[in-house]
Design a protein around this ligand. Structure first.
Ligand code: ZN
Length: 299
């Protein structure tokens, strides 16, 4: 028996040594993109949702539970972003390493000041932003904070590679800082312009770059547009001379086109997630694409 235990412990020890890479799971592609940038070749990153899926309503696949069960690190949005699909999967996975409060759990919303926090929390009407707006990653300054949390989590679990994670974070930070100048300059001529969005996914982006994105085709986040609401939106669009309507891959583009044809506005495809629209495989490329699509449409 002792011999068997000894052999087992040798096998276990070598398994730990061979498993050099951290097994990282990200709920969504924006967290996944940054998780890869910070981890480099020291991590394997799995993203659960497709970049073209609605982050509030992701189809849970059986493979998700297996991914969560074997994760060293889980990165999710928090602020109830994934409340409709993640909690039961976590319950089934039973992985203590990724419980809230453990170094293996990065809830991106930790330490982020959420916008549009309602005075009274109510989900009764089906509002999916009951704790405040959870779509903060499209603000590049917030993305830097989340990247730093990810680097801290990796370093806590894998101290041997802490210097590498820190260096990758500093590189990401420097890239964002340089890009912010460029993005800000491109959008400056459109300061104060009004843009309509299908869903309230863009308050942080709008706030960062000085445009107004506070008219929505959805009457409430997560509630499909109704004909009476559309009449109201079209009237507001005419009054505010709105030229652009933003839709995401999982929205009903035809409804946006109806409002566009009634007002002479253009519909443009946007995504919160790297890979959700063509040519956006990294976080920085995504923001590049959003800025160039928006400026082209507002001209
Ligand atoms: Zn939302």
């Amino acid at each position: 028996m002792k011999k068997i235990l000894l052999i087992l412990s040798v096998i276990c020890a070598s398994a730990v040594a061979a498993q050099a890479k951290l097994n990282v799971v990200a709920t969504l592609a924006d967290f996944g993109s940054i998780a890869k940038e910070i981890g480099g070749d020291k991590v394997d990153v799995t993203v659960m949702a497709k970049p073209t899926e609605d982050p509030h309503f992701v189809d849970a696949r059986p493979s998700f539970v297996v991914q969560l069960r074997t994760a060293d690190v889980l990165i999710d949005g928090g602020a109830e972003l994934e409340i409709g699909w993640l909690p039961p999967l976590l319950q089934n996975a039973r992985n203590p390493k990724i419980e809230v409060g453990k170094p293996g759990r990065v809830q991106a919303s930790q330490g982020i000041r959420l916008m549009n926090v309602p005075a009274n929390v109510t989900r009764a009407a089906g509002d999916v932003h009951a704790l405040g707006n959870p779509h903060f990653m499209v603000d590049p300054i917030i993305a830097k904070t989340v990247a730093q949390h990810i680097a801290q989590s990796y370093s806590a679990i894998d101290a041997a590679n802490a210097a590498s994670y820190d260096a990758n974070y500093k590189k990401f930070e420097a890239t964002i800082n340089a890009k912010l100048q460029e993005w800000g300059a491109a959008l400056l001529p459109f300061k104060g312009q009004n843009v309509v969005a299908y869903h309230d996914s863009w308050p942080y982006f709008a706030h960062r770059f000085g445009v107004n994105i506070d008219i929505f085709l959805e009457p409430k986040p997560g509630i499909p547009p109704s004909p009476s609401h559309l009449v109201e939106v079209i009237a507001q669009m005419k009054a505010k001379n709105v030229k652009v309507i933003i839709v995401e891959p999982y929205h009903d583009r035809k409804i946006a086109e109806k409002a566009a044809s009634a007002t002479g506005a253009k519909v443009i495809d946007f995504s919160q997630f790297p890979g959700g629209i063509p040519g956006t495989e990294s976080y920085v490329k995504l923001i590049d694409a959003l800025v160039s699509r928006l400026t082209a449409a507002m001209k």
